[in-house]
Ligand binder design. Structure first.
Ligand SMILES: [Zn+2]
Length: 398
């Protein structure tokens, strides 16, 4: 019998400590991919791959200067390099952006326009009219660069992170925004020294030899945002996925299992689109997807939600979770990799945590993660698989 706790933690330490940040397309992302492939292979799973192009972006340095004063900034992920000296034009709403003359100047987004991240141009799971309009207007008006004020007082948020956004851009802390808004129209100097190389992301599917006509998908993603070791998001989900693969690969089950390790959940969901194209015919054979994202913080609870499920399936999951009194049911949330399944009619069961407050931050470290919480999720997923292994694909579906 595998010592689940220590095994899962070994995997977590590899992702969060040995590799650290592993954004899509980066060398560390490819190392994580190699680690998953080796783990799948050593357990005798048949491996399939979905590979798509994705840039390997890296930042050398960034600088923002106003009247000899150096201001704090964070170049947005995927920003093209730039070295511009231009006056700022401040805009806080879509009507202001529509009316503004920002061509060749530095657009300073604040207020409503920078109050939350602007979804990427080609991000299919979420299409907001507001974000589509902001992207379109900025690209049409062609400012020399874009600065966005992060309104959150403590949490670092990249307002724009879009590999398809063609303008140089950076996010500045609210204090720097407060300063620059007192000097609107004055010249600032923005220099971003960044590189973007052609690269790729590979999502790995490890399959057991069980019945392919009825299969359960267990999924998690191994990539991170930039500047975070990604322990909770999502080293933990991957640690449990690999542990489950080790425990289940050799078992003689009446169903097939697909362990899906996603490589680019954090940016753009390019692999999801390619996965849907490749496996469209197999969605009817999938009984459900069990997705893990953001599990494990010691001071929180494991959360569970379901999408596109039948009443009978949901009832059975409620019955199972009575054995897990620390697990909390929550409302469905529409992000992460389970989107790809329920949007294609496959019931999804999602395991996460009460908050995602530390995710995407530099202190998303393994220190906050409890072995007992990973053990809890591991046992819960095993119980779920055992409970539904004799059911049909119709039984799980809404
Ligand atoms: Zn995540």
């Amino acid at each position: 019998m595998i010592d689940v706790r220590s095994r899962a933690f070994e995997h977590l330490h590899y992702f969060a400590d040995t590799l650290g940040e592993r954004p899509a397309g980066s060398p560390a992302n490819h190392q994580a991919e190699a680690y998953v492939r080796e783990s799948f292979q050593s357990n005798g799973l048949a491996i399939e791959e979905v590979r798509v192009p994705f840039p390997d972006w890296s930042l050398n340095s960034a600088q923002l200067i106003h009247a000899g004063r150096s201001l704090a900034l964070s170049a947005n992920p995927f920003s093209p390099a730039c070295d511009v000296t231009a006056p700022t034009v401040a805009v806080s709403t879509l009507p202001e952006l529509e009316a503004a003359n920002i061509t060749g100047k530095i657009a300073l987004l604040y207020g409503e326009l920078s109050s939350r991240p602007i979804f990427p141009i080609n991000f299919m799971p979420v299409r907001l009219d507001r974000d589509i309009a902001i992207n379109k207007l900025l690209i049409e008006k062609a400012p020399a660069a874009v600065l966005a004020v992060n309104l959150h007082p403590t949490r670092h948020i990249d307002v724009i992170e879009d590999e398809d956004f063609p303008l140089s851009s950076a996010t500045i802390p609210v204090a720097e925004g407060n300063y620059l808004l007192q000097h609107v129209g004055e010249t600032v100097h923005l220099r971003i020294d960044a590189e973007s190389r052609d690269s790729h992301v590979t999502t790995l599917i490890g399959r057991t030899a069980g019945n392919p006509e009825r299969r359960i998908v267990v999924s998690a993603h191994f990539d991170t945002k930039f500047n975070t070791p990604g322990a909770q998001d999502n080293g933990t989900g991957m640690a449990v996925l690999l542990t489950l693969a080790e425990m289940l690969a050799g078992r003689d089950l009446p169903i097939g299992l697909d362990f899906v390790a996603w490589s680019d959940e954090e940016f753009g969901a390019h692999s999801d689109t390619a996965y849907v194209e490749r496996y469209r015919d197999q969605f009817p054979q999938m009984m459900c997807c069990i997705n893990m994202d953001g599990i494990g913080p010691r001071a929180e609870n494991t959360t569970l939600t379901m999408l596109a499920q039948s009443e009978a399936f949901e009832q059975q999951m409620h019955d199972i979770t009575t054995d897990y009194p620390a697990v909390v049911w929550v409302d469905p949330w529409y992000a992460s990799n389970h989107y790809t399944y329920f949007a294609n009619g496959v019931p999804a069961l999602v395991l996460g945590s009460l908050t995602m407050d530390r995710t995407h931050q530099p202190d998303d470290t393994a220190d906050w993660i409890s072995e007992a919480k990973l053990d809890e999720v591991t046992r819960l997923v095993l119980d779920i698989i055992m409970a539904i292994q004799d059911q049909s694909t119709d039984w799980t579906r809404a």
